[in-house]
Write a protein that binds this ligand. Sequence first.
Ligand code: PRP
Ligand code: URA
Length: 290
Amino acid sequence: MGSAEAGGSALGFGVAGEDDRQARRVLRELGRMPAAAAPLVQEVRERVLVLALTPGETEDHGLIFFHAGEDTSFSTMTTTPALPGCTVVAHPLVRHKMALLRDRATPTKLFQELVSELATLLAYEATQQLPLAPITVTTPLETTRGERLATPPILVPILRAGLGMVDGIRALIPDARVGHIGLYRDHDSLAPVEYYFKVPPGIASHDVFLLDPMLATGGSAANAVTALKRSGATRLTFLCLVAAPEGVRRLHAEHPDVPIFTAALDRELNAHGYILPGLGDAGDRLFGTK
Ligand code: PRP
Ligand code: URA
């Protein structure tokens, strides 16, 4: 193991063991190989384990990846120590589709399809903790044991743009029932204004996935979570496609029990509360209203 200092992080390097067949795709924060690791990678020209620990972090939270030749490993899912509670789903398919989604030239139909597909990919990651119940299955040959979702989650899109994420998740979980929360942002104050609320009965005993492609100031999401908790929801997860750090911080501060899954964590909000680089107005692009 060698070590070096880079940008305030302690880096440790070691050549991967023989039995490390698969590159471990865990690269957090940087999204690229730390510069300080490059000389070792060139020297060894093999797979290399890189750990980058910021002061006070355990090894589990550091950067870990293997570099094979010119091929840098990227994570499929990263958590962001700077923004607790937020998981960025960074699968290559997600990144590919996000670039298409952001493109101002993407037409409405393709935009709708991409939102739906991205919701499916996000849901795959966000449903990892869903409880299972044992079942007996009879195959054509014999009886065996299997599992099913103990209780299908309830999906709650925030109108309008959250609607675009529903079908993509129901493609995975056809039994999921759907509630609706109508919210719009006041143009001047950016504060959310609620105009509709209806959720299925029994919400207290189900996982609830709150859906909205955009987490900007966080006002809409935080307001929606408060309303859902008031109606009995206890296990909530928020799924979005683009999050601003401001929105992540607000939602986590107001509802630290609600994990956030996003396809992208963007730079900042502009003076009008739009996410930069973002994708513009998600509702307008989904429904062709501009
Ligand atoms: C957008 C978006 C979110 C909200 C995010 O909806 O779909 O609901 O803004 O912003 P926030 O985090 O600052 O609250 P909008 O208010 O434009 O309504 P629409 O979907 O009906 O267009
Ligand atoms: N709502 C959107 O649709 N886009 C943004 O960038 C911010 C809020």
